[in-house]
Design a protein around this ligand. Structure first.
Ligand code: 5GP
Length: 184
């Protein structure tokens, strides 16, 4: 899927496919260096983190396991509800494991704060966070993010795993939506 496939739904491309891939190369090098000699469990947060997980994991030289969790904090709207529910839990036991949570985007940080506390209560050796995108409000929240791809403005974005009402996840870049999409 590309920009031409979604008519006039997009307002602006914020991050191109090339920019995303270049930054993921850098993040993967950092992670490889930081976890050298260790085995890492990547925990992807469904569904948004699917693309970043796939592209980041393939760039790592480390042996990794991948597991997935689904939580809900947003409905089909654009505001965080602050309520987090586990829709799908991990299959892996986290005891003594080095865990890296892989996120698509951190906005208020509510989801992540909850997720960190939840995973840390399971007896892991360590839990850190890698997120592709980070909005300004995340800097205010007391949430520790070890690896950030790009700080972005406080706008609702889609593409590269991120949806609006379940659409646009398969765009290869990150973009903002035209106003008419919200009023549809
Ligand atoms: P937080 O709890 O940090 O406010 O929100 C985290 C979740 O909200 C993300 O994992 C993502 O699902 C959703 N979210 C936050 N901002 C955006 C955005 O700009 N676009 C999309 N598609 N989802 C977002």
């Amino acid at each position: 899927m590309d920009a031409g496939d979604v008519g006039d739904d997009l307002a602006k491309v914020l991050l191109t496919e090339e920019q995303l891939h270049r930054r993921l190369d850098e993040m993967a090098s950092e992670i490889d260096a930081d976890y050298a000699g260790k085995e890492l469990l990547l925990v992807g947060v469904l569904k948004g983190a699917v693309m970043v997980m796939a592209d980041l994991a393939r760039r790592l030289h480390l042996p990794v396991e991948m597991d997935w969790m689904a939580v809900s904090s947003y409905g089909s709207g654009t505001r965080s509800s602050g309520v987090v529910r586990i829709l799908k839990d991990l299959d892996a036991d986290l005891t003594d494991r080095h865990v890296l949570i892989v996120e698509d985007i951190v906005d208020s940080g509510l989801t992540l704060t909850w997720l960190l506390a939840n995973l840390r209560s399971r007896g892991p050796a360590s839990v850190e966070v890698a997120t592709l995108l980070r909005k300004p409000s995340a800097t205010k929240a007391q949430v520790e993010i070890r690896y950030t791809g790009f700080p972005i403005p406080d706008e609702f974005v889609v593409g590269y795993g991120l949806d609006h009402a379940e659409r646009y996840r398969n765009l290869p870049f990150v973009a903002t939506l035209a106003p008419h999409v919200y009023s549809a």
